[in-house]
Design a protein around this ligand. Structure first.
Ligand code: ZN
Length: 638
């Protein structure tokens, strides 16, 4: 038996996976009502997990049950190679919500013997005979989603969206005629919420995912959780969204789904938001059937306040910007950015998640009602933190003092730099009258990103930020100055393949700023070599600020005057080219760190807190749950 003491906090790494724990900043600041809304919606976001497992493959749930029973009850030698390999296999299956790789779609090859598996299953009393070929025979269900042209994509894909034996031509014919009969201006999402099946007479029909239909049991649980959430809705609009979603789950009517989507897109005032249902179609080789996912997010009140403080002072920043006064805006308003944090990830967003989400997928609804696009701040942050803890800093930072500086301040400075960039940088400055905003052509976006970054870098070292309480002291900025140069010259190169140049505008801008500074202000910072490795060496941080101010003034001039030749010269000289020797060195150092290529997330836990008279007085958030514990717990949720 697996003892409670086995569920301890541990570094979760296996195969090609690293698991991260994301924090949920701002949750404590929410009202009790909002916390309870998140609590209820989070529950709903976890209840469709089995739907996804079944969508990903017809045997996934049975395999999971067998694996989990062995994992928790096996009394044999748990330190044997077979059992260790079995554990890795189970962790991979958990991570992929099935027996195929979450990204490459190929079936996992077990590292344990068939004999071990059969004996272990016998010991715990599970019959696995039907599962053996599914797990061990590489020729059966070898790929979850096959997209190879020329092959029958349904017959060669293991996903469970179409009944075995239905051909691609049959399914395409079925949906072509559905579309021809339907509304062509405002088409519903045909095929989105059903499994295509065949009657004994050979005719095709949709087995709809709805209450009373396929996955009805799971859907009824989701409906119950959503109903529990309704009393805590923030406003009537949000209440209507939840109610319409329930109606869709009850009826499976795709027209109702569109109505729900329109309500959801139009609810922009609520601080808490969520997605729950059949959403993305990557798992269907024909791109029709949507996998189940759920997540809950909210606008981070702390981060929003931070950006509010900046935008409230936008005019002060504009008036003190180190640029030609002719290019300053006379009346400047900052943008108050919305930072979204995920509160829970479920279904196809768990444990591997997107960090940006843009919905809905219906084209006509997007055109007529708009869309919601969010970047999930706390997940991005968790990725950044993991990158920093990966040994990257130890490898690329020049000395212990600088490393300590970065470990102390890099995170807070990075957030603040992003805020300065987004809330003030892009909105600052003005073009000369009559200037064409597209005058810089293909160089425009790199110059614009550089302008916003430099604005942020310059002000990061300003005592105004200490006065506003946004930065702890007048030294902290140095962390961002160092890491900015290190990234622009060295570490961002790991994202580029050997032999290639820099293409992406943000990466070009960082290279531009860093290399320009090294060339024009060698008394501020240089690139030095130690034992065959290159490092950024900062000689004077105040001088570095002068360098950034100087370049900001020039970049603003280029933008305001539409000086295309100067823009081209700057970008081409500093932002595009990659020194092949330096690139090879950086890649070698990076590879030696041996980082996991894929990452995913462990969810926090939410617990109700009661006062002495038995009333709910708070919702507590906990982070320490072990990966296996969370997976086993989710398997039992009702
Ligand atoms: Zn930008």
């Amino acid at each position: 038996m697996l003892k409670q003491s086995d569920f301890i906090f541990q570094d979760e790494r296996f195969a090609d996976i690293q698991l991260l724990r994301y924090q949920v900043p701002g949750f404590e600041e929410l009202s009790l009502r909002q916390k309870l809304l998140i609590y209820r919606l989070s529950k709903a976001a976890l209840l469709g997990r089995d739907i996804l497992w079944d969508q990903n493959g017809a045997y996934n749930l049975r395999i999971r049950e067998a694996l989990e029973t062995i994992y928790t009850q096996y009394q044999g030698d748990r330190s044997s190679v077979d059992f260790q390999q079995f554990t890795i296999y189970l962790k991979r299956v958990w991570f992929s919500n099935g027996i195929h790789h979450h990204y490459g779609y190929q079936k996992f090859t077990p590292g344990f013997s068939k004999q071990f598996f059969v004996e272990a299953a016998k010991e715990v009393g599970v019959d696995v005979s039907i599962l053996l070929p599914i797990i061990f025979d590489p020729s059966i269900y070898s790929k979850r989603v096959n997209q190879a042209e020329g092959e029958d994509l349904l017959l060669t894909s293991a996903s469970n969206y179409y009944q075995n034996g239905i051909t691609q031509a049959e399914a395409e014919g079925f949906y072509t005629s559905q579309k021809e009969m339907g509304d062509s201006l405002r088409p519903v999402m045909y095929g989105m919420n059903s499994r295509l099946e065949k009657r004994p007479d050979g005719s095709l029909y949709e087995n709809i995912w709805r209450s009373g239909g396929l996955y009805g049991q799971q859907i009824d649980r989701i409906i119950a959780a959503l109903k529990d959430a309704i009393p805590y809705a923030e406003n009537p609009k949000q209440k209507a969204v939840i109610e319409k979603l329930i109606e869709f789950y009850q009826t499976g009517n795709l027209k109702t789904f569109d109505d729900y989507t329109i309500l959801w897109v139009q609810d922009t005032e609520s601080q808490v938001d969520f997605t729950n249902g059949f959403t993305e179609v990557y798992g269907d080789p024909l791109g029709l059937k949507a996998s189940w996912e759920g997540y809950v997010n909210f606008v981070d009140p702390v981060a929003t306040r931070r950006s509010q403080a900046l935008s409230d002072n936008a005019q002060w920043f504009e008036d003190h910007s180190p640029i030609d006064p002719r290019f300053r805006k006379k009346e400047c308003r900052g943008v108050s950015a919305k930072v979204i944090n995920a509160a829970i990830l479920g279904g196809d967003l768990y444990p591997s998640s997107a960090i940006g989400i843009n919905l809905p997928n219906s084209n006509w609804i997007r055109a007529e009602y708009g869309s919601k696009s969010v970047t999930i701040g706390n997940l991005t942050h968790a990725y950044d933190e993991a990158a920093k803890d990966s040994g990257l800093r130890q490898e690329f930072v020049i000395d212990e003092d600088t490393l300590a500086l970065l470990n102390k301040y890099a995170c807070i400075c990075d957030d603040l730099h992003t805020d300065l960039h987004e809330c003030l940088g892009h909105g600052s400055g003005q073009l000369l009258p009559g200037m064409d905003p597209d005058a810089l052509k293909a160089y425009g976006s790199t110059i614009e990103e550089a302008r916003a970054d430099l604005f942020g870098l310059y002000y990061l070292a300003d005592k105004k930020l200490v006065e506003l309480g946004l930065i702890p002291n007048a030294e902290a900025y140095k962390a961002q100055y160092y890491s900015y140069l290190m990234n622009g010259v060295l570490t961002q190169l790991v994202r580029i393949e050997e032999g290639n140049q820099i293409e992406e505008a943000h990466m070009r801008n960082r290279a531009l700023i860093a290399w320009w500074t090294l060339k024009n202000f060698p008394e501020a910072a240089t690139l030095t070599e130690k034992d065959g490795k290159h490092y950024i060496q900062v000689k004077s941080y105040p001088m570095l600020r002068t360098a950034f101010a100087t370049l900001l003034a020039e970049i603003q001039r280029i933008k305001s005057e539409g000086d295309l030749p100067a823009a081209r010269q700057l970008v081409e000289e500093f932002g595009v080219k990659v020194d092949s020797c330096l690139h090879a060195e950086v890649l070698k150092r990076w590879r030696a760190l041996n980082l996991s290529p894929y990452k995913g997330f462990i969810n926090p836990q939410y617990e109700l807190v009661y006062d002495q008279s038995g009333n709910i007085c708070d919702v507590e958030i906990r982070y320490g749950e072990a990966y296996d514990h969370q997976m086993l717990r989710y398997g039992k949720l009702q």
